[in-house]
Design a protein around this ligand. Structure first.
Ligand code: SAM
Length: 333
C-alpha cells in the first residue's frame, strides 16, 4: 500500500502528517521540576477534558485522513480512570499501524499485562536519574523503586523496544550520562537523551543548556557510537549503539539541531485542542466544535486547517526561552 497516496494530511512543506499524540489528561502523579510549573495550576475539570468517546471519534476521523501512528501521553496517562479500556478501544480502530504509550512508570507494574494485551508493543518510560534520593528531589515523590518495578514488568511482558526518556539537564543529571549509557551495554533498553525545551513556566533554568554534542562527548569514553539505520517511522531521534551492545542510545536535539523539516506530528491536548506544533501556541478547538454538534466532515476540515497552519520551523533558540506559554505537562510532550 502506498501510504502517501492515502493521506490527505500533507502540508505546504510536503511533510506527511501521520502521527497523532494524544494527551488523555493534564493530571500527573509526579511534579518534575522541569515540567510542572512552580505555582500549582488547577487541573482541568472533568467537563473540560475530552471524554474517551470524543477522543475515539477524533482518532477515527484522523485515521480516515491518513493518521497511522498514535501515542497516548499526558499528564500521566495511567492516572486517568478507564485508560486501559480506552487503549483497548483505540487498538481496535482499523488503520492504526502503531500504538504507543508514554508513562512515568509509577503505575506500570499493575497495568503492564493489560497494556500489552491491548496491543501496545512499544513503551516510553521517563526516568531522569538512577539515584533514588535524586529521583525524589526531581519528581517530588519517593517512588523510584516502583518505576524500576514497572520497567521490569514491561520487560517481562515483552514490550519492545522499551525506551527510557532522559531529559538532560546541567546540574541535575549530567553526572549520570555515562551511567545511563552504560545500561545499554547490558540491557536492550533504548536510552534517549532529550534536550530540555524551555517552554511554559519552569522551575529550572539550565544555563548553559546541556546539548547533544556535549552529551555525546561526555559518553565517548564508553566507546564509539555506531549509527543505527533509521526507518521511516523513527521520528526525530538520532540512533546509535555501542559495539556489541543489546541496547541503543538516542538523541533528541530539539534545540541544537531542529528537526522540523521531518516533523510528522499533530497533537491533541487533554482539553481537545489540536496543535500543529509542540512549540507554538497556535491550536484549534475540536472540543467546542464537537460539543456544538458538528459532523465528522467538519472535524476533518479542522484537521486540514491544522495541517495548513503547521509552522515550517519552530523558533525556540538555545538562549531564548520563547513565547510558548503552554506547559509541557498539559500538551504531553
Ligand atoms: N507522564 C508521562 C511521562 O512522564 O512520561 C507523559 C507526559 S511527559 C510531559 C512526556 C515527556 O515529556 C517526558 O519524557 C518528559 O520527561 C518530557 N518533558 C517534559 N518537560 C520537558 C521539557 N521542558 N523539555 C523536554 N522534555 C520534557
Amino acid at each position: 500500500m502506498n501510504e502517501r497516496k492515502n493521506t490527505k494530511l500533507i502540508d505546504r512543506h510536503d511533510r506527511r502528517l501521520n502521527y497523532l499524540r494524544i494527551s488523555v489528561t493534564d493530571r500527573c502523579n509526579l511534579r518534575c521540576t522541569y515540567c510542572v510549573p512552580p505555582d500549582r495550576i488547577p487541573w482541568l475539570s472533568h467537563a473540560e477534558i475530552l471524554r474517551y468517546e470524543e477522543i475515539l471519534r477524533i482518532v477515527r476521523v484522523g485515521v480516515d485522513l491518513g493518521i497511522t501512528k498514535i501515542r497516548v501521553t499526558g499528564g500521566e496517562p495511567l492516572v486517568r480512570k478507564g485508560v486501559i479500556e480506552f487503549l483497548e478501544s483505540l487498538s481496535e480502530i482499523p488503520g492504526i499501524s502503531e500504538l504507543t504509550l508514554t508513562t512515568n512508570g509509577v503505575y506500570l507494574e499493575e497495568h503492564a499485562e493489560r497494556i500489552r494485551a491491548a496491543g501496545i508493543r512499544r513503551l516510553n518510560i521517563s526516568l531522569d536519574t538512577l539515584r533514588p534520593e535524586k529521583f525524589a528531589r526531581i519528581t517530588g515523590s519517593d517512588v523510584y523503586d516502583r518505576v524500576w518495578q514497572g520497567i521490569e514488568s514491561a520487560v517481562q511482558q515483552g514490550f519492545d523496544p522499551i525506551k527510557i526518556n532522559v531529559v538532560a539537564l546541567r546540574g541535575m543529571n549530567d553526572d549520570e550520562l555515562v551511567d545511563f549509557s552504560r545500561l545499554t551495554l547490558r540491557y536492550p533498553y533504548h536510552v534517549r537523551f532529550i534536550e530540555h525545551m524551555p517552554i511554559g513556566k519552569s522551575r529550572v533554568t539550565a544555563t548553559p543548556p546541556l546539548l547533544v554534542p556535549e552529551i555525546k562527548a561526555r559518553i565517548r569514553p564508553l566507546g564509539e557510537l555506531l549509527p543505527v539505520e533509521k526507518n521511516a517511522d523513527d521520528g526525530p531521534a538520532e540512533r546509535f549503539r555501542f559495539k556489541g551492545a543489546p541496547g541503543e542510545i538516542g538523541f533528541i536535539s530539539a534545540l541544537s539541531h531542529h528537526f522540523c523539516s521531518s516533523c510528522n506530528r499533530l497533537r491533541l491536548t487533554a482539553s481537545g485542542q489540536l496543535r500543529p506544533c509542540l512549540l507554538s501556541d497556535r491550536q484549534l478547538d475540536l472540543k467546542a466544535l464537537m460539543r456544538a454538534g458538528c459532523d465528522d466532515r467538519q472535524l476533518a476540515q479542522i484537521f486540514q486547517q491544522a495541517v495548513r497552519n503547521k509552522p515550517s520551523d519552530h523558533n525556540l533558540a538555545v538562549n531564548d526561552p520563547t513565547g510558548v506559554s503552554c506547559q509541557m505537562s498539559s500538551i504531553g510532550g
